[in-house]
Design a protein around this ligand. Structure first.
Ligand SMILES: [Zn+2]
Ligand SMILES: [Zn+2]
Ligand SMILES: [Zn+2]
Length: 88
């Protein structure tokens, strides 16, 4: 496992998911598999197993590196640019 990167270590508090749906998939009428919450702006979007991969698109487009899982019972963070994973 890759050790947590500076982005993850620099998080002061975690942003919880505000809604249990992918905002972009709802807008375009698509389906998703799992949900992730951006730890920079708090938007909840779909994972890389979903057809549209909105969370990773957002991470690249907005340069927001770290997401958390928004799935109930999952407590982990992932940094896209560093491919770093951390449980909390
Ligand atoms: Zn990082
Ligand atoms: Zn989506
Ligand atoms: Zn964001």
């Amino acid at each position: 496992m890759t050790p947590a990167c500076g982005h993850i270590q620099g998080l002061e508090s975690l942003i919880a998911a505000k809604s249990y749906e992918c905002a972009e998939c709802v807008r375009i009428g698509a389906r998703w598999v799992h949900l992730r919450t951006c730890q920079t702006c708090g938007v909840t979007l779909c994972c890389d197993s979903s057809p549209n991969r909105h969370a990773s698109q957002h991470a690249r487009a907005a340069s927001h590196p770290v997401i958390s899982s928004a799935e109930p019972g999952e407590r982990w963070l992932y940094c896209y640019p560093d491919d770093a994973f951390a449980e909390y």
